[in-house]
Design a protein around this ligand. Structure first.
Ligand SMILES: Cc1ncc(COP(=O)(O)O)c(C=O)c1O
Length: 403
């Protein structure tokens, strides 16, 4: 039977993520993966994490097994508010509210549903997070891109674009940005540019959708003040997640934003999944209260820093004449820009034969430019694998260019 004739027209608008496909390959056999964005759990404080759960889940067993409010368990909202205040100095204002999400990925989808009408203009970074593009595109927006330099989004270019659009009578709905330790670019936006973005949003009256999963994974200096901390009007939607500081398997993210927006998200979430897993929320409450995330970060950040350094020196050894790359101050990724106009999707075919994978850059660009770029993850492979994988990648590259 041909099943496809039953599908909706909109199904065509959903794209398979290249990263998901890669993860399937890496699950199947032993490959060196620079592909996914996986934390390294070798440093996870398992013993402490399990001990605190044993105590608390006994007491909270009935509640942890039950349905919960769509907005999330209020105790979790409270501990996350404290976490944001302590770690990044971010305080909820009187007009703000919070909702717990099933991973911040859900926030991308729900925010797209709440905000985007077909034809609305949204602005993203070039490159941006591919799953954000995959969430926005089915709502049929018109997407504009603003390039990044080594410090992240070029706000002068953003201002120029806004002037042009507004002179044509066009209004922007929102800017989606990942200001700290960017996925995939590995960039961190300085404070002046964060302020500049906010000023522009105020002046040209659009929203800022700030996605901040990597701020606490900082190798140099302190986490950055989010753009949300400059928000005195309620135009910044702040989103974060426990995926990179505790566990992606918990599937817990959150949005802090203006009350009526949070209400809208709550309404749509009710349809999507009723609420985020109660059990996960109870685990998260304990792990945050008992500072398991702090313990994990204090062990994993030095490890990731060493892995970043290993990747930077392997790149220097193998690719110094062939391209350039970002030098992330934190996070899990860096981006390589090859000098030659080769398609890294082709390179991936050659490197997979040698047992190394990465994510070709094209899918991180809303206009499918960036074919000669690639995202490289350094948090998951070991230092040894990084050095071996980079040698194999260079061999694959040499084979491709001489083919
Ligand atoms: C920028 C960004 N936003 C959102 C997500 C989704 O994360 P999760 O759904 O695990 O919270 C990720 C995951 O890698 C990400 O890098």
């Amino acid at each position: 039977m041909s099943f496809s004739r039953f599908f909706s027209d909109d199904l065509k608008l959903y794209r398979q993520s290249d990263v998901r496909e890669l993860l399937k390959v890496t699950e199947q056999k032993k490959v060196i993966s620079f592909g996914g964005g996986l934390p390294d759990f070798s440093m996870f404080p398992f013993k402490e994490a399990i001990e605190v759960l044993e105590e608390s889940l006994m007491i909270n067993f009935q509640r942890a097994m039950q349905y919960a409010p769509t907005k999330g368990i209020s105790q979790l909202i409270d501990v996350l508010k404290d976490l944001m205040k302590i770690e990044i100095g971010l305080d909820a204002r009187e007009y703000d509210d919070m909702i717990i999400l099933t991973g911040s990925q859900q926030g991308l989808d729900l925010a797209a549903r709440a905000l985007i009408n077909p034809g609305d203009i949204i602005i993203v970074e070039k490159p941006t997070y591919l799953a954000a593009l995959n969430s926005f595109k089915p709502r049929k927006p018109v997407i504009y891109g603003v390039s990044q330099d080594s410090d992240g989004l070029n706000t002068e270019e953003l201002e120029k674009l806004l002037r042009e659009l507004y002179s044509q009578g066009k209004k922007v709905k929102f800017l989606y940005t990942i200001p700290s330790n960017h996925n995939p670019a590995g960039t961190t936006l300085p404070e002046e540019r964060r302020k500049h973005i906010y000023e522009l949003a105020s002046k040209y009256d659009f929203l800022v959708f700030e996605d901040d999963p990597y701020n606490l994974i900082m190798f140099e200096g302190q986490p950055m003040k989010p753009i949300k901390s400059f928000d005195h009007e309620g135009r910044v939607i702040y989103m974060s997640t426990l995926s990179k500081i505790l566990s992606p398997g918990l599937r817990i993210g959150w949005i802090m934003a203006e009350k009526s927006f949070v209400e809208a998200i709550e309404l749509i979430k009710q349809v999507a999944d009723l609420h985020t897993s109660t059990l996960s929320q109870f685990i998260a409450i304990e792990w945050i209260k008992r500072k398991i995330y702090k313990e994990f970060l204090s062990r994993s950040v030095p490890l990731y820093r060493a892995k970043r350094d290993a990747m930077l020196s392997s790149l220097e050894e193998n690719f110094s004449n062939e391209g350039s790359w970002t030098r992330p101050k934190g996070g899990l990724f860096l981006m390589m820009y090859l000098n030659r106009k080769i398609d890294t999707k082709e390179l991936l075919k050659f490197s997979m034969k040698r047992g190394v994978v990465f994510v070709p850059g094209e899918s991180f660009f809303h206009d499918s430019s960036g074919k000669n770029t690639m995202r490289l993850n350094f948090s998951y492979p070991t230092e040894k694998e990084i050095s071996k994988g980079m040698r194999l990648l260079k061999e694959a590259y040499t084979e491709l260019i001489s083919a």
